[in-house]
Design a protein around this ligand. Structure first.
Ligand SMILES: [Zn+2]
Length: 501
């Protein structure tokens, strides 16, 4: 996928460029892709020599979708869990009591599978907060990058770090957990700031900017309460130095909101602000249990948020105040989160749910999200949260040729009333005919061009059953923690923090 892409001219398609304000309605045009970029958009474009011409009549061209927050680590756990809030679900998806890390070959295939299922659904950019319990090995990270290189998708890959003991970031933890469980509640020896910094610098050196800039490395302290101030500040310095996001989970659950008050005497957002790690590099996944003061600070800082509507619904985390964040000028992207708290890599699902799920609780209709607002989140504003808005997320001359072509004769658009609204309310990925990343066709009529899907599944069918069986045994071992975490949740629920979500 580093070979030069051939030229492609798509003629006479409806083009939804997602540039503001003129590109938010489809306009009929030709689009020329050359050297991995959008070379021209216009009518009656001349056909260059040795160029593939694609008939665009009756088709919609739009920017490739951005999945702004996910974890490839969960890709094998689709459909595995239900009826669990975050703190108990974590025990099973990210087991404390555990065996050896996933073998290298399965690590590769797991990453590849997320890329495959993303590309088939029109996702051309992924932000993968890869979790590899305390390994922080550039060899393992290299396997993840290799899978994304082979699949042909655009990525920000990061490797989550945490250096605060679990009990120290868990409200009431020291009171609730009995002595014999405390020393098992760990992912191993914590990473030091110096080790994580050295690892990240090496990752930047080896992987950042590979494949003509399609592969990038980013920085992910797991969450403010899971990291020391020193780690958060070191992460921020790395993000600023390399011009990449500092991507972290923020205030996903009430337990985390209580943790802020209990351990810092303020909200976790205020803590991030006060230690100087909140600015335009900062991307906050979830941002549900935030106060009006937090929202004002986020707007002033120019940070961005990734909204994960389906993961938040599945884990019962609450409803993020998205309208207030938009009003404060915060850029919002959409994320699936990992596939064990969402169960699909489809960003079109997120568009539909995000457009609908805020119409609750007596909110005035004028404040409900509109189709174009959530489509921005899935494209150009999602790219902003990844600090890639100068590269992808809209169809503009000079930007990367990352796009999706959909069939407007599909049932999702029949009868055709309003393409933008039907994209948000009707599209489920089944209209997708062509997916292009950096000028390369990566998927055509549901068939991946970069990966032999049957071969991947042939291998996975051999390797996965034993792996999942073993994971099942670790799940059983980790049940021992569940009553304690349920008690943590119960006590936090009963704690008044002056906020309800
Ligand atoms: Zn997450």
């Amino acid at each position: 996928m580093t070979t030069a892409s051939k030229s492609i001219l798509i003629q006479g398609a409806e083009v939804l460029a997602m540039t503001r304000p003129d590109g938010e309605r489809p306009v009929r045009a030709d689009v020329l892709l050359q050297d991995g970029k959008i070379a021209a958009i216009g009518t009656g474009l001349a056909v260059p020599a040795s160029c593939e011409v694609i008939a665009g009549h009756g088709k919609l061209l739009m920017p490739g979708l951005v999945n702004a927050h996910t974890h490839s680590s969960e890709t094998f756990f689709k459909g595995r869990y239900e009826q669990m809030p975050l703190e108990t679900w974590l025990l099973y998806a990210y087991t404390y009591i555990s065996g050896a890390p996933i073998p290298d070959r399965l690590l590769y295939l797991r990453t590849l599978l997320l890329a495959m299922q993303s590309l088939k659904n029109g996702v051309t950019t992924l932000c993968d907060d890869f979790f590899d319990p305390m390994a922080h090995s550039t060899e393992r990270l290299g396997i993840v990058f290799q899978a994304y290189r082979d699949a042909g998708i655009r990525v920000n890959v990061s490797s989550a770090v945490l250096d605060t003991p679990v009990l120290d970031s868990t409200p009431f933890g020291h009171e609730i957990f009995p002595e014999h469980l405390r020393n098992q509640l760990t992912f191993g020896a914590p990473t030091t700031v110096a080790d994580y910094t050295a690892y990240c610098q090496e990752a930047f050196r080896q992987f950042h900017g590979q494949a003509d800039g399609r592969l990038r490395f980013a920085i992910t302290p797991s969450a403010p309460q899971r990291c020391t101030t020193g780690m958060l500040q070191a992460c921020h310095a790395l993000a600023v130095e390399h011009g990449v996001p500092l991507h972290t989970h923020l205030l996903e659950t009430k337990v985390q909101a209580v943790a802020g008050q209990m351990f810092y005497g303020k909200t976790l957002l205020a803590h991030m602000h006060d230690i100087g790690v909140l600015d335009r590099h900062t991307t906050l996944a979830h941002a549900i249990w935030i106060t009006d003061d937090d929202i004002a600070r986020m707007g002033e800082a120019g940070c961005s948020v990734v909204h994960n509507p389906l993961s938040n619904l599945k884990l019962g985390s609450g409803l993020a105040p998205i309208r207030k964040l938009l009003d404060a000028g915060v850029a919002i992207g959409l994320g699936t989160d990992g596939l064990s708290s969402n169960d699909s890599a489809r960003v079109f699902d997120l568009v539909r749910f995000a457009t609908l799920m805020h119409n609750t609780g007596g909110t005035p209709p004028a404040q409900w999200l509109s189709a174009i607002e959530t489509l921005r989140m899935a494209t150009i504003d999602g790219a902003r949260t990844a600090m890639l808005d100068g590269v992808t997320g809209s169809l503009e001359v000079g930007k990367a040729a990352d796009l999706v072509m959909l069939d407007l004769d599909n049932d999702n658009f029949r009868p055709r009333n309003d393409i933008v609204r039907q994209l948000a309310y009707c599209e489920n990925g089944s209209s997708i005919e062509l997916v292009v990343v950096a000028g390369h066709v990566v998927c055509r009529n549901g068939q991946l061009a970069t990966v032999r899907e049957n071969d991947v599944w042939g291998e996975l069918n051999q390797l996965l059953p034993a792996y999942l069986e073993e994971h099942g045994r670790w799940e059983i071992a980790n049940r021992v923690f569940e009553p304690c975490f349920s008690e943590v949740i119960r006590r936090c629920k009963a704690t008044d923090i002056g906020l309800q979500r």
